[in-house]
Design a protein around this ligand. Sequence first.
Ligand code: OOG
Length: 254
Amino acid sequence: MISTEQVEALADRLHAAEANRQDTPSLADDHEFGIEEAYAIQAALIARREVRGERAVGVKLGFTSKAKMAQMGVSDVIVGRLTDAMRIADGADVDLSRFIHPKIEPEIAYRLSRDVDVDDPTTDIESCVDALAPALEIIDSRYRDFRFTYTDVVADNTSASAYAVGPWRPLEDVSNRAVKLRVGNTEVVGSTAAVLGNPVRALHALLDMCRRRRIPLRAGQVVLAGAATAAATLTAGFAECRVAGIGSVSVKGR
Ligand code: OOG
């Protein structure tokens, strides 16, 4: 158990790591805290971003695929928050010096068409989305060597750092589409089925977590359903996520 003061102090530590692009050891090395407190640290981190003038624009899921679970040794779905400062336009340059050790992941994004009443047990989350798109997420753990525990990564806003969304399109079944992540000369191939069997299931997992963690979901927000493959190191040059039948989205590392 940690005190409210410690929650704030640990949020300061993660916030400074991000601001100074200087990694920090796992919080779990010298603090014992549970998942509730981890989400409290995450909320305190987001509050610091809001004080800086940033605005919540969506949420992201993590560890919705076995490849990611195996890569990071964590086996429970997690949720983090996206702000407007994390948004990169499709095709835009991304300055790599703003990160510590960025990695990139191919994803499916959903768009919320209305506010979601997370407290209503009859809420039909699928009826609250109106579009989907290919997406790229840049993760940049604030922890040294991406070494963290389940509670650490939740506290660190699930490594959220930046994201880009391709052209939105009407909803359709995307349960088994080939996914190609290209970063420079490296190519990683996977399937949307890696995301909980069907990315739409990520929406259901999200609703459940937002209910428990008091995270609001608002019209217009973006939901990143989680990586369909293991993450790749983000290097200078072209990076692209292409999903069969859905299209592509890219960024350019500089
Ligand atoms: C945590 C974030 C994982 C995903 O899509 O599974 C994630 C990390 O690996 O640093 O975003």
